[in-house]
Design a protein around this ligand. Structure first.
Ligand SMILES: *Cc1c(COP(=O)(O)O)cnc(C)c1O
Length: 357
């Protein structure tokens, strides 16, 4: 399928941010976007790049009512020799397709989406920021568009990709965050949609996150929905705990998001010969380890923050300081390694990085 390109007119071009140190997250988008449409019986059609702009939906569009919406989050980096590099992008498209299956939405063709993404970035390449730590955030999205109010899967969809320059995700930067262990609300139950990147999961998480924010916490650490006993993940990150000489993260049993950063961390740690386990971890075990001094580090992993060290967790009214409230040694080493690969400053022995410009 041929991707048609309609370039923005000079008068439509937006001013680019002047000061890269002032970039936030998710507020600025480039001049163009990629789109394509789907109809049952016809498949995906009309892949195109157009000037960035409003989408037009019927108010009865099913995605707006029943949550048939999925998305992805990945980044492109301005790295060695001014090149622009994608990190594990095909893995994101594969995960989008797994989310699509769970939500009864149509899968996309990975090669077509990759081609559209690359052409879009190439066209808007001047938007990719140059300072270390900044990047181009990429948000592929699919939403059901059929105007119909009966509950069933939609027959029509739009898929689009928007991109924009971002700074580091957390205001604190690499400074450790404080995390609230949530014992009342839950994020995802077994058999639910926890492993899909779909809007409903985030809507369901907002109230707990707002309450935690009021108490001064950056993020909520979710426990399992059945027993409130096992550690799952935080808002948009998977969690790792270093207890003694073991690095532990929750297993992929359907209730947590299978993070690509999580997978990268697992593979790097294994490559370093570090003892790493994907296993159920009781919050009591974490608290005991914090009390007896064997909890060395805790960190979250996700595209936005890469590695986000956790300096404190609060569980049942008690504060537990981790790694003296500072970034741990392993967290730092992992951050340095992944960032060096993403910016193509280091040979990529994993085949994760692809130069596009
Ligand atoms: C996106 C996301 C992650 C992190 O996934 P990455 O692929 O590493 O960015 C973790 N948890 C949730 C709930 C997420 O939405």
């Amino acid at each position: 399928m041929e991707i048609s390109i309609t370039k923005a007119k000079p008068a439509q071009l937006k001013p680019k941010p002047q000061d890269e140190s002032q970039l936030g997250f998710g507020d600025i988008f480039t001049d163009h976007m990629f789109l394509m449409d789907y109809e049952a019986g016809k498949g995906w059609f009309n892949p195109r790049i157009e000037p960035y702009g409003d989408l037009c939906f019927d108010p009865a569009a099913m995605g707006l009512h029943y949550g048939q919406e999925i998305f992805e989050g990945l980044k492109a980096y301005r790295g060695k020799n001014g090149g622009i590099y994608l990190f594990r992008a095909r893995d994101n498209v594969a995960r989008l397709n797994r989310s699509a299956q769970r939500l009864c939405m149509p899968e996309v063709d990975t090669d077509l989406v990759m081609e559209g993404l690359k052409k879009l970035i190439e066209l808007d390449q001047e938007w990719v920021p140059r300072s270390r730590g900044t990047s181009l955030y990429i948000r592929p999205t699919m939403i059901a568009t059929e105007p119909h109010l009966g509950v069933r899967p939609s027959n029509t969809y739009v898929f689009y990709i928007i991109i924009g320059p971002v700074a580091a995700y957390y205001k604190e930067g690499l400074n450790p965050v404080k995390i609230w262990v949530e014992t009342e609300y839950v994020r995802a139950a077994p058999g639910g949609t926890g492993e899909a990147k779909t809007s409903g999961n985030y809507a369901a998480s907002l109230l707990a996150a707002e309450k935690a924010k009021e108490k001064g916490f950056t993020q909520v650490l979710w426990l399992d929905a059945v027993e409130r006993k096992y550690v799952e993940e935080v808002g948009t990150m998977n969690m790792f705990f270093v207890i003694g000489d073991e690095v532990i993260t929750a297993p992929l049993t359907g209730t947590i998001l299978p993070g690509i950063t999580r997978d990268s961390v697992l593979r790097i740690l294994k490559g370093w010969g570090i003892n790493v386990s994907e296993r159920s971890l009781r919050i009591d075990e974490v608290v005991e380890a914090a009390e007896n001094g064997s909890l060395k580090e805790a960190f979250g992993t996700g595209t936005a923050a890469v590695i986000s060290p956790v300096g404190q967790i609060t569980y049942k009214g008690k504060d537990y300081v981790i790694a003296g409230g500072r970034m741990g040694e392993l967290s730092q080493r992992l951050y340095d390694e992944i960032v060096a690969i993403q910016y193509a400053e280091k040979p990529d022995s994993y085949g994760w990085v692809e130069r596009i410009v």
